[in-house]
Ligand binder design. Structure first.
Ligand SMILES: NC(=O)c1ccc[n+]([C@@H]2O[C@H](COP(=O)([O-])OP(=O)(O)OC[C@H]3O[C@@H](n4cnc5c(N)ncnc54)[C@H](O)[C@@H]3O)[C@@H](O)[C@H]2O)c1
Length: 255
């Protein structure tokens, strides 16, 4: 899982599993560009990486907004001399609501943050990968792409789209040296994961600590997702393409 000499872009690389990924990618030798709406947290990650001897920089952007992505991609491509070897589309969030309370504004917002962002960010960096004749893309999907969760019709729909985006990109660009895979976590101990669990519990969904143990043995740590992304980003996964790799400690196979 070696990324020495590689230029990596991680959206949502400031906190949670993306933050762990920024650190893991840099430790594997990559020069990491973090794109995140939370610029101060992204800069904190950069300081941590530099203190450990790695290389990284942060760019603030809302990845659901085309103009933000265009500006961020321009700055990153300049800094990287036009070469991007690997992209992790990790930025995302969740809406936990009864289906009938879900508004059109909720729908448009979450589809923009979780789905349109992958379109915008991938489109911004694929030309550089095509010029080089190689590149890897990782998308963060979820068990929610295939397992329906109560109060998460909208969220599950965004992750279903992420699955198909991954497969279709993989097949469109296979012959030109690109690979695209998804990492699909169960519940992770991140700000997003803990917020989601609180919101589900508040709405009566059975995800108590005992339920998490029954479903996936224990909560997943952010580094465990970062390592899957790192594998998919690196040449160690050279013949893995178009896959949706579940990291859920057998939750899905056990249900
Ligand atoms: N935590 C879980 O239990 C879990 C499970 C499955 C999938 N996921 C997926 O992981 C991602 C959430 O990440 P996390 O769990 O590491 O939590 P997190 O909330 O710590 O990380 C998300 C990162 O994305 C950034 N971000 C959010 N919206 C953004 C935007 N519009 N533009 C730019 N950056 C933005 C945040 O600032 C943050 O740094 C989502 O894609 C989510 O669907 C999480």
């Amino acid at each position: 899982m070696d990324l020495r000499g590689k230029n990596a872009v991680i959206s949502g690389g400031a906190t949670g599993a993306g933050g762990a990924g920024s650190i893991a990618y840099a430790a594997a030798g990559a020069h990491v560009a973090i794109i995140d709406i939370n610029l101060s947290a992204a800069e904190e990650r950069v300081r941590e990486i530099e203190a450990a001897g790695g290389r990284a920089f942060a760019v603030g952007a809302d990845v659901s907004v085309a103009a933000d992505v265009e500006a961020a991609a321009g700055a990153i491509l300049d800094r990287f001399g036009g070469r991007v070897d690997t992209l992790w589309n990790h930025a995302g969030t969740v809406v936990v609501k009864d289906f009938l309370d879900t508004t059109e504004a909720d729908w448009d917002r979450l589809m923009s943050i979780n789905v349109k962002s992958m379109f915008l960010v991938t489109k911004a960096f694929v030309p550089a990968m095509l010029s080089a004749g190689r590149g890897t893309i990782v998308n963060t999907s979820s068990i929610s792409a295939v397992a329906g969760t109560e109060k998460e019709v909208l969220y599950c729909t965004t992750k279903g789209a992420c699955h198909m985006f991954t497969r279709a990109i993989a097949i469109e660009y296979r012959s030109r040296g690109l690979r695209c895979n998804a990492v699909c976590p169960g519940f992770i101990r991140t700000p997003h994961g803990l917020r989601e669990l609180d919101a589900l519990r508040a709405q009566g969904v059975a995800v108590s600590e005992e339920d998490i143990v029954r479903l996936q043995g224990r909560i997943c740590e952010p580094e465990e997702i970062a390592n899957v992304a790192l594998f998919l980003a690196s040449d160690a996964s050279s013949f893995v393409n178009g896959e949706t790799v579940f990291a859920d400690n057998a939750m899905l196979v056990g249900t």
